[in-house]
Design a protein around this ligand. Structure first.
Ligand SMILES: Nc1ncnc2c1ncn2[C@@H]1O[C@H](COP(=O)(O)OP(=O)(O)OP(=O)(O)O)[C@@H](O)[C@H]1O
Ligand SMILES: [Mg+2]
Length: 308
C-alpha cells in the first residue's frame, strides 16, 4: 500500500504539490490527473525516491520515502517509466534492457525470458539489436516501459505511458497495464488521456498543486451537475413545452427534434410522475435516458473551479 500524508514539494518559490494526502491500496490502478505543472511528475519522483519531499510523509509498504536507508528497498520494489525515456541511445534495445536487468540483479535465464516476452508483446523483438537512438518516439517509449517492468516490481509508476504511442500501441499498453493489475501489481499512472483514465483507473486524484478531488472516476460526477433526462417522443405537439414548464417537478425544459430534454432535481422520485403525465397527454414515448457526464466533463468543471 502507498500512503501520502500532507506530502509537499517546493522548489524555490514554486510549490509543485502541497498537502497531498492519498492512499493507494494494493492491486489498484490509481491515476493522477491535472493540468501541465500541476505537480504529477514531482509527486511520482518523490515516491520513487529521486527527490526529497519538503514536508509531509509517504510510505510504500512499511518503508518511508525520504529515509536514506529505506530508499534502496523502495527502488527495488518500484518500476518507473519517467516522463523522458532516457535510454542508452547507442545500445540496442535488447542490450538496454539487459543492462538494467543486470543492475537490478535479475538472474540470466529470467532476464532472457523477460526481455523476449516484453519485446515480443510490444512488437519490437525483430528490432532488438538496433541502436535505440534510431528508434521513433513511440518505440523508445515502449522500450522504457519494458525497462520499468524488467525486475518484476510490485509497484509500477508510469508517467504518461501512452503519450507518444499510436492508438494501436496505446491499446496494447493499456491492456498490459490491466494484465499487471490482474497479476497483483499496484500501478500509479500520470495521464492527460481522460478516457484512458476512466477506462482503467480504479481511483483518480485530480490535482492542481493540491488535491482538487479524489474518487472512483465513475462516481466523481455525482452531485456536480444538474441532472438531465432525455425523452424521445414519436410526435411532440407544439404546446408541450409550455404545458410541461408549468409542471413543478421540471426546472427547465427544451425540445430538440423529437427529444424532450428536462432538468429534474430527483429523477428517481420524479420520473414516474413525469412519464405518467406525458402518457396522459396521449404521447408515445420511445426512449428515456439520463445524460451521462464523462470524466472530461468532471475534470474541466473542477479544474476550472479550482482556479489559480
Ligand atoms: N527541478 C525543478 N526545479 C524547479 N521547479 C520545478 C522542478 N521540477 C518541477 N518544477 C515545477 O513544479 C511544478 C510542477 O511540475 P511537474 O513537472 O510536477 O508538473 P506535471 O503535473 O507533471 O506537469 P505536466 O503535465 O506538464 O507533465 C511546475 O511549476 C514546475 O516548473
Ligand atoms: Mg509531468
Amino acid at each position: 500500500m502507498i500512503t501520502c500524508e500532507r506530502l509537499t514539494k517546493t522548489f524555490q518559490s514554486v510549490t509543485a504539490i502541497q498537502d497531498l494526502s492519498i492512499t493507494i491500496p494494493d492491486g489498484c490502478i490509481f491515476g493522477l490527473l491535472g493540468p501541465n505543472g500541476a505537480g504529477k511528475t514531482t509527486t511520482m519522483r518523490m515516491l520513487s525516491c529521486l527527490i526529497q519531499p519538503t514536508s509531509g510523509k509517504a510510505h510504500i509498504d512499511s518503508y518511508e520515502i525520504g529515509n536514506k536507508e529505506d530508499a534502496q528497498h523502495i527502488r527495488k520494489m518500484i518500476g518507473l517509466l519517467p516522463e523522458v525515456p532516457g535510454l542508452y541511445e547507442t545500445l540496442g534495445a535488447y542490450k538496454n534492457l539487459d543492462f538494467y536487468a543486470q543492475l537490478y540483479g535479475v538472474p540470466k535465464k529470467q532476464r532472457e525470458e523477460s526481455i523476449q516476452t516484453t519485446l515480443t508483446n510490444l512488437d519490437l523483438w525483430d528490432r532488438r539489436d538496433e541502436p535505440v537512438g534510431g528508434f521513433s518516439k513511440g518505440m523508445k517509449q515502449k522500450i522504457a516501459i519494458a525497462r520499468a517492468l524488467i525486475h518484476d516490481p510490485k509497484y509500477i509508476f508510469l508517467d504518461e505511458p501512452t503519450a507518444s504511442l499510436d492508438p494501436m500501441a496505446a491499446k496494447v499498453v493499456r491492456e498490459y497495464i490491466l494484465e499487471l493489475k490482474k497479476k497483483g501489481n499496484t500501478i500509479l499512472i500520470n495521464t492527460h488521456n481522460l478516457s484512458e483514465a476512466e477506462r482503467i483507473c480504479d481511483s483518480v486524484a485530480l490535482v492542481k498543486n493540491r488535491i482538487v478531488k479524489v474518487g472512483n472516476p465513475k462516481d466523481l460526477a455525482k452531485g456536480l451537475f444538474t441532472r438531465t433526462i432525455n425523452i424521445t417522443i414519436k410526435k411532440i405537439p407544439s404546446t408541450l413545452l409550455k404545458d410541461i414548464e408549468s409542471f413543478s417537478l421540471v426546472s427547465q425544459a427544451h425540445v430538440q427534434g423529437n427529444q424532450l430534454i428536462l432538468n429534474v432535481k430527483n429523477p428517481e422520485e420524479d420520473n414516474p410522475q413525469i412519464i405518467t403525465w406525458l402518457l396522459k397527454q396521449g404521447l408515445q414515448i420511445q426512449f428515456i435516458s439520463e445524460e451521462e457526464h464523462s470524466l472530461e466533463d468532471v475534470y474541466l468543471k473542477l479544474i476550472e473551479e479550482a482556479g489559480q
